[in-house]
Structures are given as C-alpha cells and as structure tokens.
Design a protein around this ligand. Sequence first.
Ligand code: COA
Length: 441
Amino acid sequence: MTDLAARQHAAAVDAESAARLAARGLDLRLVDTDAERDAYSQVVARGFLDTERSTEQLDAVRERSAYRRLVGVYDVAAPVPDAPVGTIAGWVAELSVPGGATVPSLAVSAVTVAPTHRRRGIARALVEGELRTAASLGVPVASLTVSESPLYGRYGFAAAAAVTSWRIDPQRAGWVAPDPAGRVDFVPRERWRELAPALHERVRPGVPGELAAPAALWDTLAGTRPDAKDAAKIRAVQHTDADGVVRGLLVYTVDENPDDYARSTATVSYLLAETPDAYAALWRFVLDLDLIGEVRASELSVDEPLLWMLADQRAAHVEVVDHHYVRVLDVPVALAARRYGAPGVLALDVTDPLGIAAGHWLLTVGDDGRGTVEERSSDDVPAGAVRVALGVTELSAAYLGGVSVATLAAAGRVHTSGTGGAQRAAQMLGWHDAPRLTYWY
Ligand SMILES: CC(C)(COP(=O)(O)OP(=O)(O)OC[C@H]1O[C@@H](n2cnc3c(N)ncnc32)[C@H](O)[C@@H]1OP(=O)(O)O)[C@@H](O)C(=O)NCCC(=O)NCCS
C-alpha cells in the first residue's frame, strides 16, 4: 500500500457530512472490527439484491477486502443498531491516463442505502464526504462503476470510458485477419489465477481508463474463491509466444442451448492480451469453438480491433454502455499527468458544485504532447488561447480522451471561444486510443 493509500485508509470521516447526518440522529463512522465488517457485508449484499451471506461468504469477503476503507451510517434508534443503514467503500488505486502514466484515484464502491432510509440524503453525505476526504489528502481523481447511470453526475463524475457489449454469430462472422503466431492452451483455473495479475500489471499502463486491480478480482474471474458459484463452468486458456512467454489470458463459460445443441452460447468473462498475436489468437479460438451459435463478451473497447478481424461485421451486434466514471479532484495534478493529442493553449474555467476543483487554469501543451497547468485570474486569456468554460463533470468526461469536447460543446455542455475553438480543444484533449476498463468494482 502506498503512503497516500494508507493515509486514505486511516483518515477520519468527513466532519461536514458527519455533522449533517448527526442532525438527523445518524452516526457516520469507520467500519472497523470483524463483526462490524460482517454486518456491513450483509447490508451491501442486500443493497445489491443479493442473498444473505453465509459464514463461508463472509469469511471470503473479509479476507479479501482489507484494502478497502469502509464507512457506514448507523441509526441508533433501529432495532439492529449494529447494521449500517448506509455504506460506502473506497481505496486508492492507480488509474491509467493517456500517454502511459497513472494517477492515484479514489476508487469508490459499495454505495448502498437501506430501503427504509432512502432519499433522505444519506448517499449524498457518504459520497461527498469521501470525496472531500480524498481531496484533502491530495488524491487527484476519483472513479467508480455504477449500477444506474443518473446517480453520480451531480457529484462531478462522468462516464469517461464507455465500453461495448457484443453478441457475435461465430458461424457467420468469418475471419479476415492474418493467422496469429504462438499457441493457445487450456490451463487449470488455479494456474490462470496465478498468471493474471502480472499480465494485467504489464498491460494496464497502456490502456487509459484501466485501474490497478484488487487481488480479489482474479479469484472471482478464475472461480478460485472458496465461496465461488458455478466455478466448474469456467474454462481457462492462455496464449504463449514463440519463447513460451504468456501474452494473453482468457476465461469463458458455455451454456448449452436446449433447443439446438449445435447453437450453444459461449460467454467471454475476461480476455486480456499483451500483443496483437495474443489478441487475435484468443479471439480466433473463441470464434472457432465447435457447437457455439453465439459468443457474448462485454467490457470491450468502443474501438475494438476485433471488428476489423471479422469478414462479416454484421455478425456482431455491438452495444455501447457507460462504464468507468471519473471525477477530477485536483485539476493541475490530474491534467499534468496525462499526454495530449495536439499542441495548443486552453484557458479553462471550471465550475464545481462541491467547490473542490473549481478555478481558472491555463493548460499549455507542447509539441511533445506534454501539458503544463498554471492557475490564472478569470479575465486573463492569452492571445491565441481557446477559452473553455465547463463544469467538473464535463472536464472529467474528457479527461481520458474518450469523450470529445466538440461533442460536449454540440450537446450544449461546454462553451468555447472563437471559430473552431471546440474543434481545437477537442484535438488537444483527445487521444488516439479509446479508454477502457476491463472489469467492474
Ligand atoms: C442509489 C442509492 C445509494 C441512493 O441512496 P439515497 O440515500 O436514497 O440517495 P440520496 O437521498 O442521498 O439522494 C441523493 C441524490 O440522488 C438522487 N437519487 C437517488 N437515487 C436515485 C436513483 N435511483 N436515480 C436517480 N436519482 C437518484 C436523489 O434524488 C438525490 O438528488 P439531489 O440531491 O440532487 O436532489 C440507494 O437507492 C441504493 O442503495 N440503491 C441500491 C444500490 C445501488 O444501486 N447503489 C449504487 C451503486 S453504484
């Protein structure tokens, strides 16, 4: 754990949110002991429509979640006062940004409020409080994946990395890409679980929007948790190059079609490739499976090379879904970390309903794509600069280079100065690779 992550994990709860909740008889506090963590887990499971957790599940969750800072809201008047009525989890993890660097991000998860206490501002107090705490510690961005789209824009989050869900008819798709080199083999799930973290660590810096993954993710994907459901369905596959180095990993499941056995369904749970050969070989393997009439996959990029490997692009039905939400907390630190698509100067006027990231900034990008950020007074706009007035939600949308400022301007969400200002700003803030996050958290 980095020093920043350790400080975030141990920080006191936000005083402003605590005072707001206390005025309503509610107690905001860190979840600490094992018993408190188990009660918290039960409430989170209920909030996400899951069944009551067994002792085995509680043990598995507790053993794998120590990295998370857990915060709960407690109602002392409730019949079970030890069960929180509101929950949130947060930890600091590296978020990849355009250009191969990473920034520390407050990863937010497990936001639930009991149905008995909903729509009284508890979620708002939790989210705002954890954002203020992270910002005060110097965490430059926050991020999350969402159960419902409309929840987090009000706090400054935006869907900065959309992903795609695919349904492919493999019997129609065909293949027009070169034959990939290397070999593809089944491996035991336990072996896959060992290989996955290192491959993800090598791949993630080059994929804007990707987030350092908690160890628990790999157990879930490989079905190696003691409480795993349907683990026996999971098939694990690796790709190795000519030197025997593992360059790609795949886990998938198959569901028989009772009406037509020869048109069963294969679902790709996770496919990660470090090289073009590994990518092509694993997709070709999936599309060539016998007895499969439909291949499903999700959390793919919006600009997936796979589309250009298919002879018949209409064999694939592709749906775009908002996925990785990002929220800038520290404008200069966040903007200086990423690289840019074109040189130029932007005078940014940023508003923020929480006041955390509001200000006036000058972003100067050189020919090498590096940006420097200086604070400026609101009326100081150098000649040749494009003035861009936007909220922190819109800045966050554009942060990973996956949402065009020109599109946001056309949607009326960003205002730019001068003829072609939106297009110039879009070129600067854009990036050549679509951002993506390969998992949920
Ligand atoms: C979503 C959830 C956490 C909201 O909790 P809550 O305490 O009722 O939310 P609040 O009362 O603090 O509402 C805060 C704001 O969000 C809005 N909001 C809350 N739930 C919403 C929903 N489902 N859809 C749209 N807006 C919603 C409120 O109207 C309020 O808006 P405003 O303050 O801008 O006027 C709660 O309904 C829940 O536990 N849902 C199930 C689990 C879940 O989906 N969690 C989110 C995981 S990403």
